[in-house]
Design a protein around this ligand. Structure first.
Ligand code: GLU
Length: 507
């Protein structure tokens, strides 16, 4: 019987979620939705030394921002809980004991110093079938001694007993069958008595099994762990329900070779996190896509295409289209270059498509930053409608539209030089008269009247219009002049021309 698709995103709360992890979560979400399945958020916090306060909340908030929602998880609950591994301690112990009883794992007492010594003495030391016979463990010690050491409070670990010389097959939806020989695997630590916690490998496998996970979709960096995971499934007798592996291609540096890192982002000026993050120990702030002024749907569209293509040349796709088209068959094996400029392009396109009311809400804090507190919402919406096609990031809406909210207090020098001459003040006075006479300031009507006046007087069209623009905007930039004057209250337009006449001095 086909099982219901159940996938999980299983971050460790060791800091803010890196953009590669975000893409993993996104692919899990898309796959779950496409198959009518469940997406689970499992917090893998068994490594208490690497725990970072605030990271778990950050991860949830970040994914929520891009619309990745969970069916089960720490917040959502669910019948497979608890969903935080630190709350599942007891469960793991049982499974560790089962492996010990079955002889599939053993107890080892080697101290860090002893391991260090072995590394020095034995070339290419790894704890495995060749070396375990020389170490201090339950395979080389009597049962009595093992019991005594434990009773006396000696710390120990439980190691997985990897059988040598076996070909281990990992079946991966993107990579096909990957076969590796078990000789290269070491007897991984599954459990530590010191904190009574399992390691990542054991907890991950046990939980995937108990939570009835059908597909493990994760970054390529976890591929080296997969053979061990296959062996663990086998050791537990769970091979029949082993999840299908899917290892996603790495995200690569935008320039040069190698894995994308936070440093690339710092150097080239793009965020590698969805939301701004303040490091709780150093106080260092890392920028986020949200705070930089990206729209979440742009980030989603951009990210989903890093490693997957729809098989045709569609680029702009909303999440429903993506869910319809997505397939691991169209995921690449090789890494995907993190072309952040493409991300900016997507954002530009999505801002252009976004609803003005929504953009106005997002623009509100930017207005406040610039001291504009009481802007009329309808006015803001119209202004945004006029300039949104020119913005890459949300703050660009301000640089494009600042003059709608603040009258110029200076005038671009080179434009003044080019467009303002001794005749201009008189012509601008006349223009004021023309504007005063226009009742309907709609763009086309005002344009016709003003242009007729210029033609009738035989004025130089470019000079008059640019002087007009200079007076209202402060520089020769911005949207179509009559679109501006349609929105801006007429008294304001006139006041600005008056001020320019007064303030612009030419020698
Ligand atoms: N806790 C691992 C991580 O931080 C999970 C890897 C996996 O998905 O198996 O990514």
């Amino acid at each position: 019987m086909d099982r219901k698709v159940r996938v999980r995103f299983a971050p460790s709360p060791t800091g803010p979620l890196h953009i590669g992890g975000v893409r993993t979560a996104l692919y899990n979400y898309i796959f779950a939705k496409q198959n009518g399945g469940d997406l689970i958020l499992r917090i893998e916090d068994t490594d208490s030394k690497r725990f970072v306060p605030g990271a778990e909340e950050y991860i949830m908030e970040a994914l929520n921002w891009i619309g990745v929602s969970f069916d089960e998880g720490v917040r959502e609950g669910g019948k497979y809980g608890p969903y935080r591994q630190s709350e599942r301690k007891k469960i793991y112990k049982e499974y560790v004991d089962q492996l010990l009883v079955d002889g599939k794992a053993y107890i080892a007492f080697d101290t860090p110093e002893e391991l260090e010594k072995a590394r020095e003495e034995i070339p290419n030391f790894q704890y495995d079938a060749k070396t375990r016979g020389k170490m201090r463990n339950s395979l080389t010690m009597s049962e009595e001694e093992v019991k005594r050491l434990i009773r006396d409070g000696h710390q120990y670990v439980v190691r997985f007993k990897v059988e040598p010389d076996r070909n281990v097959e990992v079946d991966d939806l993107i990579r096909g069958k990957v076969v590796i020989n078990s000789n290269i695997l070491d007897d991984k630590v599954l459990y530590k008595s010191a904190d009574q916690l399992p390691t990542y490998h054991l907890a991950n496998i046990v939980d995937d099994h108990l939570m009835e996970i059908t597909h493990v979709i994760r970054g390529e960096e976890w591929l080296p762990s997969a053979p061990l995971h296959v062996l663990l499934y086998e050791a537990f007798g769970w091979k029949d329900t082993m999840p299908q592996f899917v290892h996603l291609p790495l995200l690569l540096k935008p320039v040069g070779n190698g894995k994308l890192s936070k440093r690339d982002g710092d150097k080239l000026g793009f965020p590698v996190f969805l939301l701004e993050w303040k490091d709780p120990t150093t106080g260092e702030i890392s920028s986020g896509y949200r705070e930089k002024g990206y729209l979440p749907e742009a980030v989603v569209n951009f990210l989903v295409l890093l490693g997957w293509n729809p098989g045709d040349d569609s680029e702009m796709m909303n999440i429903d289209e993506i869910i319809k088209k997505f397939s691991f068959a169209h995921c690449s094996k090789s890494g995907a270059k993190f072309d952040y400029k493409k991300g900016i392009w997507f954002n530009h396109e999505y801002i252009g498509l976004a609803d003005n009311v929504r953009l106005a809400l997002l623009f509100h804090p930017i207005l406040l930053q610039h001291g504009i507190e009481n802007a009329n919402p309808e006015y803001v919406e119209k202004v945004i409608g006029l300039v949104k096609g020119r913005a890459d990031l949300l703050p660009d809406l301000w640089t494009q539209a600042d003059f709608f909210f603040l009258a110029p207090d200076s005038y671009a020098e080179k434009d003044v030089k080019k467009r303002w001459n001794t005749e201009t003040p008189r012509i601008m006075e006349e223009l004021i008269g023309v504007l005063e006479g226009i009742e309907d300031m709609s763009s086309a009507n005002a344009e016709k009247i003003v242009l007729d006046w210029i033609a009738e007087k035989g004025y130089h069209l470019g000079n008059v219009m640019n002087a007009f623009r200079l007076a209202v905007v402060g520089a020769c930039r911005g949207p179509h002049m009559f679109d501006i004057t349609e929105l801006m209250p007429k008294e304001e337009v006139i006041a600005r021309i008056r001020r320019a006449i007064e303030k612009i001095k030419i020698d």
